[in-house]
Write a protein that binds this ligand. Sequence first.
Ligand code: DX5
Ligand code: ZN
Length: 223
Amino acid sequence: MKTRPLIISPSILASDFSKLGEEVIAVDKAGADWIHIDVMDGHFVPNITFGIPVMQSIRKCTAKPFDVHLMISPADPYLVQFAAAGADLISVHAEAGPHLDRSLQAIKNLGKKAGVAINPATPLSVIEYVIDRLDLILIMTVNPGFGGQIFIPAMLDKIRQAKALVAGRNIDIEVDGGVTAENAGAIYQAGANAMVAGSSIFKGDDYGANIKALRVAATTISA
Ligand code: DX5
Ligand code: ZN
């Protein structure tokens, strides 16, 4: 089976918001594949971040794909605006609404890639009947709402299950939360090919070295 390319998607949630545009440019230059955008509504998750106008204004800072993680409920009324603001890939949470299939159809009808995010306690079976609408499965490896949390080890098994469920389809398996150079190898070996990382990339002043460390850790087979 063909190996999917490793994708590093820095989460700007961990960046310095007082110079957000510069931070986006910096991770672009540092080798980010995608830019991960965490939208939180203070309702679906216990935190509020930013939304459509902020996304629109950083769209001009990079040509890299915007990997938009909607932690909002409901999501459907805002999909058109997120698509217009420059999202390339839009992930909605399986837990955020009663009509996941409808949300995914709406994203695809807007010409965007569609993802489903699932919380740590949510079984993977929730995507079984929508899998053929998916471009991405976003496995939350922390409870969504905050950066800087610890990776939940039980999620490695969920990643393996996702890999089996995907069964060679053209779908990326992405992990989000607590990804570091220490666990990237195990995550990649379990079957995830896309990694979101906030704190472990936006630390210190050499984002390029931080991204490189993740890539090397992910692809170096440990004995
Ligand atoms: C959490 C967000 C994550 C977060 C990851 O709700 O979805 O994208 O920014 O941050 P780290 O890498 O610091 O765990
Ligand atoms: Zn996220």
